[in-house]
Ligand binder design. Structure first.
Ligand code: DX5
Ligand code: ZN
Length: 226
């Protein structure tokens, strides 16, 4: 079994206090920080670009998982790598040359991830597995935090698990993850769990307990003890 990681999504943090939020969620037990980049074109929302990623970088020693919800993505890969990304995820739907995008990410010395939207079949990643380090199954339509988990994602995660079996590939899930859905997706085979609202909803005083609740639910179905 691949190691379980909990990835708080900074999308639901207080953007006016990003450095403090990054430090708080690090101290609260985040394994990796998930950074949602949106362009108002591929998705109907706009967030931030490389300068903000670079500004957050000195405030944590945790890896940065940069989820690009932008099209095209290729012209910006280098800037996000230089800003401090440890993994960069592009959407299968965002460009015509997914294989080339993943190759380009790896060439920058960064782990390469491919995301699939709820409407995208798992087969979309079948021929890029040689150049991918992680597959992200979206369990909401990308663009906003706080949406309800789409249950079909569980079946898709199982299908991805069967597809990548034997390869050095992580399975990530993003959208509507809380202690209840964490158990479902972890049982299906996801080992990297992104959570925005379920981590940040109670303010900094609640982050540690919120992360722990998600981790414990996932560990329980994996047969692990805290
Ligand atoms: C949605 C983003 C997610 C978002 C998840 O487009 O990719 O990372 O922050 O938020 P929750 O956990 O609130 O669904
Ligand atoms: Zn995301």
């Amino acid at each position: 079994m691949r190691p379980l990681q909990i990835l708080p999504s900074i999308l639901t943090a207080d953007f006016a206090s990003l450095s403090a939020e990054v430090r708080a969620v690090t101290e609260a037990g985040a394994d990796v920080l998930h950074l949602d980049v949106m362009d108002g074109h591929f998705v109907p929302n706009i967030t931030f670009g490389p300068p903000i990623v670079a500004a957050m970088r000195p405030h944590t020693d945790r890896p940065f998982d940069v989820h690009l919800m932008i099209a095209p993505a290729d012209p910006y890969l280098e800037a996000f790598a230089e800003a401090g990304a440890n993994s960069i995820i592009v959407h299968a739907e965002a460009g015509p040359h997914l294989h080339r995008s993943l190759q380009a990410i790896r060439k920058l010395g960064v782990a390469a991830g491919v995301a699939i939207n709820p409407a995208t079949p798992v087969a979309a990643v079948a021929h890029v597995l040689d150049v991918a380090d992680l597959v992200l199954v979206m369990s909401v339509n990308p663009g906003f935090g706080g949406q309800s988990f789409l249950p079909d994602a569980v079946e898709k995660i199982r299908a991805v698990r069967d597809l990548v079996r034997g390869r050095d590939i992580d399975i990530e899930v993003d959208g509507g993850i809380d202690p209840h859905t964490a158990g479902l997706v972890a049982a299906a085979g996801a080992n990297r769990l992104v959570a925005g609202s379920a981590v940040f909803r109670d303010g900094p005083g609640g982050y540690a307990a919120n992360i722990a609740a998600i981790r414990q639910a996932a560990m329980a179905v994996r047969g692990e003890v805290a």
